[in-house]
Design a protein around this ligand. Structure first.
Ligand SMILES: Cc1ncc(COP(=O)(O)O)c(C=O)c1O
Length: 425
């Protein structure tokens, strides 16, 4: 069923330099079209998609209102000009500040990696200090690879404290007077409110710049991100995915106390940072999200989907769990190889899931589509059972510490002892 994709994949291996090892090389397949909750590959296979372009899509693929705003912009006005300022950019910045009322100043970028890179630069400019303490995934730039053992550079300016609050306290003590700030991604399926509140307290008590990387979470948990949901008050927030329903735009939003002077001391503009396609797409996306309270609508379907999927795992005797709080979900199996087979079988049945990373629903996932996906997943599980891939039911449903720790290390290099699973054996 992947003939054309496989042929193109074989060809492209000799001259294309990047691929996602969990998706591109696992099937392999080439997606050529998306609409609502669906994507299609070049062989014509249809999938109900739960990756949502790694979180870039929140309203569903090809949202007509967003796309029409973009078409109007490029047809009648143009996309980039010499100046970084534009009327539409000012309007978007005002909208972002309404969504994040605790913050006061906005700089726009193209990708989440840009935004997190700029955020730590601003922290350095604001404090005159150099060291950054970091936890979690923030992108592909050199310092951001600190999290991955296999990609790590030797780097003394960025220290990974691995969501370990003891280590954070130790590093703050050790590098007293040299630290600019702390950047953290809220891995909310693994660490609870109390963890983030404690982390913020440590950072603020030590007068360090607190950067919350809400590139993934800013428009998923609620309009306003985790900070609104649990009452955090970062100095700087990074936004990206979901901000413009698939068009490239990212933002650094922060307090004047940190950003006002710091932004003037450095150079951050870039030819395409002011690209109007992303700006108008973002303004329209935010308008729709606000009007219909989109995160709440997605939450309703997400909860339903998660509950049903958990009972399917139960029915087939799989030791596996689904974590969802509730709009970003992770699937973890005790047997990681079985999870790989499950994801592949789901793709064959027409459901696209990411094995190792985040999955999520969009506004395009109606109840009918979710039910349809569940019935395809049911057939995938039946096929695995028939093939003998699903072994005898051990009666065990909860994951071991080992399986959870492996996933947390692989996905964001997270410390286990501070996670919500710390009592697992
Ligand atoms: C929390 C977080 N920060 C930063 C990034 C990097 O964003 P981008 O892929 O747009 O560069 C990502 C992307 O996965 C992310 O999830």
């Amino acid at each position: 069923m992947f003939e054309k994709s496989q042929e193109l994949f074989r060809k492209s291996l000799s001259f294309i330099g990047d691929a996602r090892d969990d998706l591109d090389t696992a099937y392999p397949f080439f997606i050529s079209k998306g609409k609502g909750a669906y994507v299609w590959d070049i062989d014509g296979n249809e999938y109900i998609d739960f990756t949502n372009a790694n979180g870039g899509i929140v309203l569903g693929y090809c949202n007509e209102d967003v796309d029409n705003a973009v078409i109007d912009q490029i047809k009648n006005y143009g996309n980039v000009f010499a100046t970084q300022y534009s009327k539409k950019k000012v309007e978007l910045a005002s909208t972002l500040l309404e969504v994040f009322p605790n913050l006061e100043r906005v700089v726009l970028f193209k990708t989440g990696s840009d935004a997190t890179d700029a955020a730590i630069r601003i922290a350095r400019m604001a404090t005159g200090k150099d060291i950054i303490l970091t936890s979690g995934y923030h992108g592909w730039h050199d310092w951001q690879l600190n999290m991955f053992e296999r990609f790590r550079f030797s780097d003394e300016r960025h220290i990974n404290f691995r969501y370990d609050l003891d280590l954070l306290r130790n590093q703050i003590e050790k590098y007293k007077g040299q630290i600019a700030g702390v950047i953290v991604t809220p891995e909310y399926n693994y660490y609870d409110d109390a963890f983030f509140i404690e982390l913020q307290k440590i950072v603020k008590d030590n007068n360090l710049v607190f950067i919350l990387d809400e590139v993934a979470s800013g428009f998923r948990f609620c309009l306003g991100g985790l900070q609104k949901k649990i009452g955090l008050d970062p100095d700087i927030t990074c936004l990206g995915k979901g901000l413009a329903n698939g068009y490239s735009i990212a933002a650094v939003v922060g307090k004047n106390s940190v950003m006002k002077e710091a932004c003037l001391k450095t150079h951050m503009w870039s030819t395409y940072n002011s690209e109007l396609v992303g700006i108008v797409a973002s303004q329209k996306t935010l308008e729709i999200m606000k009007k219909y309270n989109v995160p709440a609508l997605i939450e309703e379907q997400s909860k339903y989907f998660a509950e049903k999927l958990k009972s399917l795992f139960n029915e087939f005797g799989i030791t596996g769990e689904l974590f969802t709080h509730p709009n970003i979900f992770h699937i973890v199996f005790e047997d990681d190889e079985l999870l790989g087979k499950f994801v592949l079988e789901c793709a064959k049945k027409g459901v696209l899931l990411s094995k190792d990373y985040e999955n999520m629903l969009s506004l395009g996932h109606t109840r009918e589509i979710v039910d349809n996906a569940l019935s395809k997943i049911h057939s995938a599980l039946e096929a695995l059972k028939t093939n003998g891939d699903i072994k005898e039911d051990s009666g065990k449903r909860t994951l071991s510490r080992q399986a959870l720790e492996a996933r947390m290390t692989e996905e964001f290099d997270g410390n286990f002892e501070y996670s919500i699973f710390k009592d697992r054996k």
